[in-house]
Design a binder for this molecule. Structure first.
Ligand code: CP
Length: 311
């Protein structure tokens, strides 16, 4: 039976069924192969226009969306927020309507406020792809993490996943939790009390008091940095050295996990804070750059699913 992606926008993981996620991952796996071949570029989205509208900093997501769209043959415009008429008082919605009026096919939005991509999606014709909104959602990050995990574990079902660090301010943590919960993962968190999510039970995760307990027999460890940009000034005063001693990961602490454990991290890294240099650079465990590679493939799959069959 032919599968048709039933969504016009990619706003969050909740909207996706298990079937949607598996279809996206299967297509992304094919694009990952293609991206390693000499013929990386196809014309699947020739004639389509994708606009990257990043109103918050990004290296990986913005660059990989641009590469993904270009590999599929689409035209890509990178909106420059700093030089835009938002600085003259134009509202974000009017700005988005202006871009939409140019008959673009997709708008990729990153914004520091929760819910902005969903709000914009209610007012434009273009497909909206959420590239990260506040501490809420980052669906393509969760999909690329899932693809990376599946490449190493062969499945997503029933894995034990420990998420360590600033969970409260992390859209990556929330989105991974939502995706992994759909596959029956056992999700543990280990976090400074200040960074424990307020909606712990609603998220369906269990908090552990020590890293050793959180990591015991884990298949996957997701490490997070402190999201300083989402903290009010002076809210978290622990020194980097103390944080590393109490909450950072090193080879010794990792021994509590399964011997074939893998570590993921959305990057950017704060080396020597949430993870030692030695462990971050140990390819036996740390898959951070493979995650980046899978990010291009996943974003190709998302753009293809959303735009590939649209007139
Ligand atoms: N992982 C991630 O979202 O990285 P960027 O902020 O650089 O896009």
């Amino acid at each position: 039976m032919t599968y048709t992606f039933p969504h016009r926008h990619l706003l969050d993981i909740e909207q996706l069924s298990k079937n949607d996620i598996l279809a996206l991952l299967d297509l992304a796996a094919r694009y990952a192969e293609q991206n390693r071949s000499p013929r990386k570029k196809i014309d699947k989205l020739a004639g389509k226009t994708v606009v990257n509208m990043f109103l918050e900093s990004s290296t990986r997501t913005r660059t990989s969306f641009e590469i993904a769209a270009k590999r599929l043959g689409a035209d890509v415009i990178n909106f420059n927020a700093a030089l835009s008429s938002i600085n003259k008082g134009e509202t974000l919605l009017d700005t988005m309507r202006v871009v939409d009026a140019m008959q673009v096919d997709a708008i990729v939005i990153r914004h520091q406020e929760n819910g902005i991509p969903k709000f914009i999606s209610q007012h434009v014709n273009a497909s909206i792809l959420n590239a990260g909104d506040g501490a809420n959602e980052h669906p393509t990050q969760a999909l690329l993490d899932a693809l990376t995990i599946r490449r190493h574990k062969g499945k997503l079902e029933g894995l034990t996943v420990a998420i360590c660090g600033d969970v409260e301010h992390s859209r990556v943590a929330r989105t991974n939790i939502r995706l992994l919960n759909k596959f029956g993962a056992k999700i543990r968190i280990f976090t400074p009390p200040k960074f424990a999510p307020k909606d712990l039970s609603a998220l369906g995760v269990t908090a552990y008091p020590t890293m050793a307990e959180a990591l015991k027999d884990a298949d996957v460890v997701l490490m997070l940095r402190i999201q300083n940009e989402r903290l009010a000034g002076g809210e978290f005063t622990m020194s980097s050295e103390e944080y590393h001693r109490l909450y950072g990961l090193d080879h010794d602490k990792l021994k509590a996990a399964k011997t074939d454990v893998i570590i993921t991290h959305p990057l950017p890294l704060n080396r020597g804070v949430e993870i030692t240099d030695e462990l971050a650079d140990d390819p036996t465990y740390s898959l951070f750059f493979e995650q980046v590679e899978m990010g291009v493939a996943v974003r190709m799959a998302c753009l293809d699913m959303l735009l590939g069959n649209r007139a």
